[in-house]
Design a protein around this ligand. Structure first.
Ligand code: C2E
Ligand code: MG
Ligand code: MG
Length: 697
């Protein structure tokens, strides 16, 4: 008895074979790319889908085969063949998801998987339960078994090769699926060709078995559904994984960026203080291990603040970027250049000898000295460099950085544009200064600042005309610190603004007390530092203090030194005019030590010139000083301003200054600077004394 084939079902079986193969390849990829539980689920689900696919291909192929008798299939045996297909698929998927697939492994795998496919096929054939039994042509049977093994080997090899994702893997999988589909179908149809049905054959389960029509429909729909669902889930899962991978990559980038920002200066992109500390630590460990040295250069851009003030922050920033570039270009790749904020840079170089460090410092100085063009301004700057060589003798390894800083401060003090090597004597200075700055910052809130008052007298009638407020720092350990010892530091660190505001306020408060006690005619003199004088808030600050203590503006005299007033005459003039319009008096302090131009002096709205005490000191022995003082007095008369001489220590000086025409006197002879309570007592005593003298006279 010979059978015939329904060509439509044959094509369908081929399609199913290709679809099952594609699903198998795709699922192998899923299993290989997942881990743990997910991998186990994919393996289980994948082998069911793949098994159902292979099995349905086989069964559609069987259904395509028509015998001229009624045919049906035993359900138990049919189910058995399905189980064999699923178990074989499980084995196949497992084998291609191993890390390696050697040739012996592949051969063994091909044998097992091929045997599985074969047994599924022949078990499926047995489900027909033919009588007499189907006879198989041994040669074609052997061919079908060989095809099954070879096709399985090829399928395993391709699945192994294509299990990872790469560009174009989908297209390769589709092509491989077609090849595999043809191979599986080839095995099936060779197996079918091997079958010989006796002429009187009959299907013993024709009545009780599952009808082939229903079976065809069921298998096609269910296998198609299983495979489609498996593929859809696989694609969705892959997309999700791709998106997760993208997100993870984005997150990693952001993390990298954050790390960079945390360790670098945002303006120049140079390492910042944190990264410098880290590199310094590494250099130190390296030097200790290899018994070598390295050099630290601390650098500060001279005149940077002035450029910032004059041209604005934007120009200042561009200048810093250019300087950073020049420094970077002057260094070797293994040197570290860091910016510590502001105009401070630090270099770590593995230079061993002072001579090499000198060469490096000169190279850096030279690089920065070249003019820079920024927004059509030609700027010229220089640097002060402090050099410290780490040789392992530092008390603390990181001291090397502080040493370089101390040396840099000396370079700045030496007048900039130079380099200075660290010497041990510098260290104490730097340490001291640092501590002092910290203490100074807290001096006001700890109420360690006090004002002493020194009286000023009129030469005409001997009456007190006012007092100068002089700042003292009552330091818990150092005692009473004179202003000369801390005001320069306060100016350098900007603390002067806070301190200056306190002085002004406190002096005004004291003046109010004295006015309440009846001293209406006195004026209080307050010294202003150059920085304070140029601060835009000065006018507001003065107005606020005057209003708070209900003082007339003419009760307050602001002293600025001659050099401050003459530094930038036009700016000074503008500020002084505003103060003058308010009614505040202006005194030019330490007069004679600067270089006043008479032309400008005439325009300054000052009401007092204070002759520097240097002229008064040698007055009796130095005729030149006397000549200068009488010249100043003449100027004062011409400009109609009061002339006060300070530093009067002797009666002779007092007499002489009076004769020369000074209108006011101030000095230890007439009264030392004193705390407010002492000042009041002293003044009361003196007034009482004066009255007694008058009565006696
Ligand atoms: P100055 O304004 O010229 O103050 C006069 C200085 O001469 C005071 O020194 C005073 O004690 C001292 N002196 C007064 N009479 C005599 C005398 O007969 N012989 C001698 N040898 N010296 C005398 P002091 O208090 O040490 O102040 C020094 C400088 O510190 C002041 O010079 C002033 O420029 C500055 N200063 C003081 N207080 C302040 C302040 O509150 N703010 C600012 N910015 N500077 C201040
Ligand atoms: Mg003064
Ligand atoms: Mg003075």
């Amino acid at each position: 008895m010979t059978g015939s084939y329904d060509s439509g079902l044959v094509v369908l079986s081929l399609l199913m074979a290709a679809l099952a193969s594609y699903a198998a390849l795709d699922l192998a990829g899923r299993v290989a790319e997942s881990h743990g539980r997910a991998a186990a689920w994919w393996l289980a689900g994948g082998s069911i889908a793949m098994g159902v696919g292979i099995w349905s291909m086989h069964f559609i192929g069987m259904l395509a085969f028509r015998l001229p008798i009624a045919m049906s299939y035993d359900p138990a045996i049919t189910l058995m063949s399905l189980v064999i297909a699923i178990v074989s698929s499980l084995f196949a998927l497992w084998i291609v998801c191993q890390n390696q697939l050697s040739w012996p492994q592949l051969a063994a795998g091909a044998l097992v998987f091929g045997a599985g496919v074969c047994s599924m096929h022949y078990t499926g054939m047995a489900a027909m339960q033919m009588k007499p039994e189907i006879h198989y042509n041994p040669f074609l049977f052997a061919c079908s078994a060989l095809i099954a093994v070879v096709a399985s080997g090829a399928a395993l090899w391709m699945a192994f090769r294509l299990r990872r994702r790469f560009r174009g893997v989908r297209r390769l999988r589709a092509a491989a699926a077609v090849v595999m589909g043809v191979a599986i179908a080839g095995m099936h149809y060779t197996g079918m060709a091997a079958a010989r049905f006796a002429p009187n054959s009959r299907c013993t389960v024709a009545d009780s078995g599952v009808s082939s029509h229903w079976l065809a429909l069921f298998i096609t729909v269910s296998a198609g559904a299983v495979l489609s669902i498996a593929l859809i889930i696989s694609v969705l899962d892959m997309r999700l994984e791709e998106r997760t991978a993208m997100l993870a990559a984005g997150l990693a980038d952001a993390k990298q960026e954050l790390k960079f920002l945390a360790l670098h200066d945002s303006l120049t992109k140079l390492p910042n203080r944190t990264l410098l500390a880290d590199r310094l630590e590494q250099e130190i460990q390296n030097a200790q291990r290899e018994q070598t040295r390295f050099t630290v250069l601390s650098m500060d851009v001279d005149g940077f603040r002035q450029i910032n003030d004059a041209y604005g922050m934007a120009v200042g920033d561009k200048l810093l970027v250019q300087i950073a570039d020049r420094l970077r270009n002057s260094l070797r790749a293994r040197d570290t250049l860091a910016r510590l904020g502001g105009d401070e840079f630090v270099v770590l170089a593995d230079t061993q000898q002072p001579g090499d460090a000198v060469q490096l410092a000169e190279k850096l100085l030279d690089a920065v000295r070249q003019p820079v063009m920024i927004d059509a301004h030609e700027l010229r700057v220089s640097m002060s460099i402090g050099i410290a060589i780490y040789d392992g003798h530092e008390p603390l390894p990181t001291d090397v950085l502080r040493h370089a800083d101390a040396a840099m401060n000396h370079a700045m003090a030496l007048g900039h544009n130079c380099y200075v090597f660290f010497e041990s004597s510098m260290s104490d200075d730097a340490q001291n200064q640092l501590q002092m700055v910290q203490e100074l910052r807290r001096a006001e809130e700890r109420q360690e600042l006090v004002l002493h008052y020194q009286p000023m007298y009129s030469t005409e009638d001997g009456q007190m005309i006012g007092a100068e407020a002089l700042l003292r720092w009552r330091h818990p350990l150092r005692g009473l610190v004179p202003p000369g010892d801390f005001i320069p530091l306060a100016e350098k660190t900007g603390i002067i603004f806070q301190i200056g505001a306190w002085v002004l306020d406190e002096a005004c408060r004291q003046m109010r007390e004295w006015q309440d006690a009846g001293h209406w005619a006195w004026t209080i003199s307050v010294n202003l530092s150059a920085l304070q004088f140029n601060h835009p808030d000065l006018i507001d600050l003065v107005r606020t203090s005057l209003e708070r203590y209900r003082l007339e503006p003419h009760n307050l005299t602001l002293e600025i030194t001659e050099s401050t007033a003459m530094h930038d005459v036009n700016t000074s003039l503008a500020i002084l005019q505003q103060l003058d319009q308010m009614g505040v008096r202006i005194s030019i302090d330490d007069f004679g030590t600067g270089y006043s131009s008479l032309l400008y002096l005439k325009r300054l709205p000052a009401s007092e010139l204070k002759i520097d005490r240097g002229f008064v000191r040698d007055l009796m022995h130095d005729t030149e000083d006397a000549a200068i003082i009488s010249a100043i007095v003449a100027i004062g008369r011409a400009l109609n301003v009061r002339i006060v001489a300070e530093g009067v220590e002797t009666l002779e000086q007092q007499q002489f200054l009076k004769e020369l025409g000074c209108s006011g006197l101030q000095g230890f002879l007439l009264g030392r600077p004193m705390p407010a309570d002492e000042f009041e007592k002293a003044v009361t005593w003196r007034e009482a004394g004066d009255r007694a003298m008058k009565l006696l006279a």
